[in-house]
Design a protein around this ligand. Structure first.
Ligand SMILES: NC(=O)c1ccc[n+]([C@@H]2O[C@H](COP(=O)([O-])OP(=O)(O)OC[C@H]3O[C@@H](n4cnc5c(N)ncnc54)[C@H](OP(=O)(O)O)[C@@H]3O)[C@@H](O)[C@H]2O)c1
Length: 357
């Protein structure tokens, strides 16, 4: 197959198909990127689940009614170019379609990044439209970066946001979906800062409890079923990577006014995500990571937060051999199967998927 895209049914995101497409050719000012590989986690399923609300379907339109392409984090190189900003052979890291190619309209931003200026992306967040130039392929490092960088960057920014707000005076931080990479990252950044942090409570499924225990980062691990009996009624922050409406509502009712801050980050339980209406305690607020980056750029000057994020994700990723196996599969069919499995909730928390094309 020369070129392909994986199309996902926007009304039922478990349904996905491999579609053969003509190999793209660069038009005026454009560059064609051949995608080399990308990670797949629940985060990508969440992009699909929230595709209409948060506009993820707008990045890589299919031109086919009702079908969307899920964004992924990975690597690509330029195979055709009519742009001075990107020459043939240049390698990039960033936000790509689950497909073999992407055509962009690059504009250089300093020496290390380029932006896609394509008209259909101009109103979408800059963070997703920016591609970073990278050096030669290193399969192990590439997989690690694609898998951990986007997720642990968020974990670190959450940690930074909580520190910046003096933990909202909470005595405990409750992490929903503690077995997710974003959740375990937050637990690890909090654990690094001990003893000057509130108690760390990992909230997870019964089946993932042993994995969260093995990470050795939480002070207490509680399963969703047992939260009322096990979580103490004291000032708490909830950092919600699960988005499970029932769990969120039960936790708010259990803690009442002791829910001092409720932070909505993700919907790993995307099929159980519904609006919860009025609940006791602090109203859930969406966490928008770029806002914390902007705040720190203003607080600390340019470059500092970016450097700290880089150091932070690498520090945790470099220990990952002890608690996570990176599984690399090859080809479009492997991508399709892995995406479908993740959308069906078929996964092991100690396995991280990378697809090499
Ligand atoms: N707002 C942001 O900027 C931002 C950035 C990064 C990530 N996120 C969000 O954080 C969440 C976690 O992403 P991730 O990539 O880190 O996840 P991941 O590592 O793939 O997490 C897997 C875990 O998610 C839970 N899970 C996944 N699918 C499920 C299903 N169908 N039913 C029940 N539980 C399921 C399970 O954890 P438990 O059993 O522990 O619940 C599972 O161990 C996603 O919703 C993602 O979009 C948000």
């Amino acid at each position: 197959m020369k070129a392909f895209e994986i199309h996902v049914d926007r009304k039922d995101i478990r349904r996905a198909n491999l579609v053969e497409t003509p190999a793209p050719i660069a038009g005026p000012g454009q560059a064609v990127l051949q995608i080399e590989g990308f990670s797949l986690t629940t985060n990508n399923v969440t992009y699909a689940a929230t595709g209409d609300i948060i506009h993820y379907w707008k990045f890589f339109p299919t031109g086919v009614d009702g079908q969307g392409i899920v964004p992924v984090w990975g690597f690509a190189h330029v195979v055709d170019s009519n742009s001075d900003a990107l020459t043939k052979g240049a390698r990039l890291y960033g936000f790509f379609p689950m497909a073999s190619h992407l055509t962009i309209t690059p504009q250089a931003r300093g020496s290390s990044t380029v932006m896609d200026m394509a008209a259909h992306r101009k109103d979408l967040p800059v963070v997703y439209n920016t591609y970073r130039r990278v050096g030669a392929t290193d399969p192990t490092e590439d997989a690690k970066r694609a898998l951990f960088q986007p997720l642990l960057a968020t974990s670190f920014l959450l940690f930074d946001f909580l520190t910046d707000n003096d933990w909202f005076k909470a005595e405990q931080i409750i992490i929903g979906s503690a077995s997710s990479k974003t959740g375990l990252g937050l637990a690890k950044y909090l654990a690094e800062a001990k003893p000057d942090v509130p108690a760390i409570i990992g909230l997870t499924s019964d089946s993932n409890r042993a994995f969260v225990t093995s990470l050795d980062a939480c002070d207490q691990i509680t399963t969703y079923d047992a939260l009322e009996g096990e979580i103490a009624q004291r000032p708490s922050v909830y950092v919600d990577m699960a988005g499970n409406a029932d769990v969120r509502s039960r936790l708010h009712h259990h803690l009442g006014d002791n829910m001092v801050y409720s932070c909505a980050v993700g919907t790993s339980h995307w099929d159980k995500f519904t609006p919860t209406g009025d609940m006791p305690g602090s109203r859930p607020r969406f966490f928008f990571a770029p806002s914390q980056i902007e705040k720190r750029r203003a607080d600390w000057g340019p470059g500092v937060i970016d450097r700290r994020i880089d150091e932070a994700w690498r520090r945790i990723a470099d220990t990952s051999g002890g608690w996570m196996q990176i599984k690399t599969d090859t080809g479009a069919k492997a991508a399709l199967k892995t995406y479908r499995d993740l959308a069906m909730g078929i996964m092991q928390p100690n396995v991280g998927h990378y697809i090499a094309l």
